[in-house]
Design a binder for this molecule. Structure first.
Ligand code: RIB
Ligand code: CA
Length: 328
């Protein structure tokens, strides 16, 4: 019997954030302690509403949800409605949530829960899974660094060792707030927080088909399975594809089944300048047996576990089995 892992999600719900929320809320090996919201795919208030809705459908109306940063530290807001729909979550038109968010700001909720976890000892340490621009996390780490004691690790859905998506260079979550991503990387090194980068190199590999979505929808009753199926169906329709990625949900799979992910500890920097490269995660895969003295930049100060490949069928099966629930 596995002891459920304490987890906090930071989200910009978001079609694939919703896929991740369902997995975290329903899987027995995850103890979902809280969800913090940030502007990204949609406005922070839409993200809060979408998140509350998903947790209500999953029967997790007791999990605290807190509103966080409205916009990035420096960049203007740049929502992704062309990907996630006008309301940020597939425009399903399902009823709005009754529940209100936690009265605390996301950063304060993180500080409170992680300070409690720190006091609770090693088994109480929390895995923070970030599925959005890192604005909340940067503000938290700069404001309450001592509370980071309550972290087991941070799994960041963000960045890419190869090509981007928001631009040719950059992945959306990092591109949206590059300064925040740089602060999180720097803080992880300074505060000795283990960090896994679940980037685009694996993000698109874990896919579910239209037929599998139809089976989920058929379970009906506007429960978790039907919601999961409609999220996949929406993406297939939006992109004219016979299948769709579970996206952010793969980062939660990595918490549940790390053995299916292949990572390598590599130096990573975030490009903050650059006309066409701003927001790129520069993952250094050079063989450093050479002479670093000739590189004017030297090695990046922060090395993290970069996900380079994944057993995609294993994660897709994990997600499908977990969300195939009529309603709690
Ligand atoms: O680049 C993919 C990421 O950007 C995902 O988290 C998706 O939800 C969007 O936020
Ligand atoms: Ca997201």
């Amino acid at each position: 019997m596995t002891v459920p892992q304490p987890v906090i999600l930071d989200v910009d719900t978001g079609v694939d954030d919703a896929c991740a929320l369902l997995l975290a809320a329903l899987h027995p090996d995850v103890e979902l302690r809280a969800v913090t919201c940030v502007g990204g795919n949609a406005s922070v208030d839409e993200v809060v509403s979408n998140t509350l809705k998903v947790l209500d459908i999953a029967g997790c109306g007791d999990v605290p949800v807190a509103r966080g940063a409205v916009r990035p530290l420096l960049e203007p807001v740049s929502h992704a409605r062309h990907v996630h729909g006008e309301d940020g979550m597939a425009d399903l038109g399902w009823p709005s949530p009754q529940r209100r968010p936690d009265p605390r700001h996301a950063v304060v909720l993180l500080a409170d829960l992680l300070s409690q976890a720190a006091a609770g000892g090693p088994d109480d340490r929390v895995t923070l899974v970030t599925l959005a621009p890192l604005t909340n996390i940067a503000l938290f780490l700069r404001t309450y660094p001592q509370a980071a004691e309550g972290l087991r690790e941070i799994v960041v859905m963000g960045g890419a060792a190869n090509v981007g998506n928001a631009t040719a260079s950059a992945e959306f979550n990092v591109w949206h707030d590059p300064e925040a991503a740089a602060i999180v990387l720097e803080s992880a090194a300074e505060l000795d927080i283990p960090l896994v980068m679940y980037g685009l190199d694996v993000f698109y590999d874990v896919r579910v088909t239209l037929d599998q979505a139809a089976e989920l929808i058929a379970i009906g009753n506007r429960g978790p399975a039907e919601l999961a199926g409609r999220l996949i169906d929406f993406q297939c329709g939006r992109f004219g594809q016979p299948d769709a990625t579970i996206g952010d949900a793969g980062a939660v799979c990595a918490v549940i089944d790390r053995a299916a992910l292949t990572t390598r500890r590599l130096p990573v920097r975030v490009e903050l300048a650059g006309t066409y490269s701003r927001g790129r995660t520069i993952v250094d895969r050079r063989d450093w047996s050479g002479d670093i003295a000739h590189d004017p930049h030297g090695m990046a100060p922060t090395s993290v576990e970069v996900a380079l490949s994944v057993n995609a069928d294993r994660y897709a099966g994990l997600w499908l089995r977990t969300v195939s629930v009529r309603r709690r």
